[in-house]
Design a binder for this molecule. Sequence first.
Ligand SMILES: [Zn+2]
Length: 205
Amino acid sequence: MEIVHYPHPALRFPACPVRRVDENIRQLVHEMTRLLLEHHGLGLAAPQVGYPYQIFLMRPDRAQEDPGNIQVIVNPVLSEFRGSAEEDEGCLSFPGLYQKIRRAKTVHLRAFDLEGREIARTLSGLEARVAQHETDHLHGILFIDRMTEAARLASRDALDDLTRRYRDAQRRGKIPRDEVIIERLKELVSQQGAVTASLATPQAV
Ligand SMILES: [Zn+2]
């Protein structure tokens, strides 16, 4: 498992709620934890490793290397967006790109942990920022979509460069064709089954 880079189609594919926390999901979270620590990230969403599931990890304290301090967030719903703050943000799917992004200062998070226990907390500061960035990922929204026009212009060369490298890797057969990736994403969604509720309770199996 690897972190996928822009413009990999998994980054734009809406993630489905997790219905069953089975061995595959546990293995996915295990691998995501490894990658988050290896890349010194603050957060990582399942679509960033090619899995269209509503799961993200967050570690607002980067100094904290203990995997036990990484929070696993399943089927998150954010509400009560309050205040606004502009801070530098990066994303593991956009290596080397940092821009100021405006986000709410505090948000309320409702979600589940991997054991299916409900999480209901008001987040602030870096934690609120990471939760907003990662929840966006689950809806196919990327931080470039939140940039001001000026920041987007300033990022153009970096984005062109990422696109060029991605297409190059595809031409060399290192990354499958987009149609093949999208078929795989659809298959992974069907493995979780259809869920209608926006806040689904995952069942541990
Ligand atoms: Zn990101």
